[in-house]
Design a protein around this ligand. Structure first.
Ligand code: TYC
Length: 100
């Protein structure tokens, strides 16, 4: 905020607020005992555009830690990716869970 010559406050202009970054959300996969490892690697590659090696690293981290981050996005994109994961796991009848 600035003051003009009369001392009135000038609010931030639109061009300034446009550069503000939206809040970001982590998209997380949860481990379970039934979903095959290859399926999880495939989903991470497809939905989060990761290489085979990076997707394998993320899958193994989830497998050992119980939860892991697949990506960090603005809300609408995070929701879309979560729904893509849930649709793929439902179609394949795996219990893979994804949360934001
Ligand atoms: N734990 C699963 C298995 O042993 C593999 C797995 C990894 C499942 C990550 C879900 O988000 C997951 N087949």
């Amino acid at each position: 905020m600035r003051n003009d010559e009369d001392g009135d406050t000038i609010l931030a202009s639109k061009s300034q607020s446009k550069t503000e970054k939206p809040p970001l959300y982590k998209v997380l996969l949860l481990n379970d005992d039934f979903t095959p490892m290859e399926f999880v690697v495939d989903v991470i590659q497809k939905v989060f555009k990761k290489s085979y090696d990076e997707a394998t690293r993320i899958m193994l981290q989830i497998h050992t830690e119980g939860i892991g981050i697949c990506g960090i996005f603005p809300l609408e994109i995070a929701e879309t990716k979560m729904n893509q994961v849930l649709n793929l796991s439902k179609e394949s009848q795996h219990p893979l869970q994804c949360i934001i």
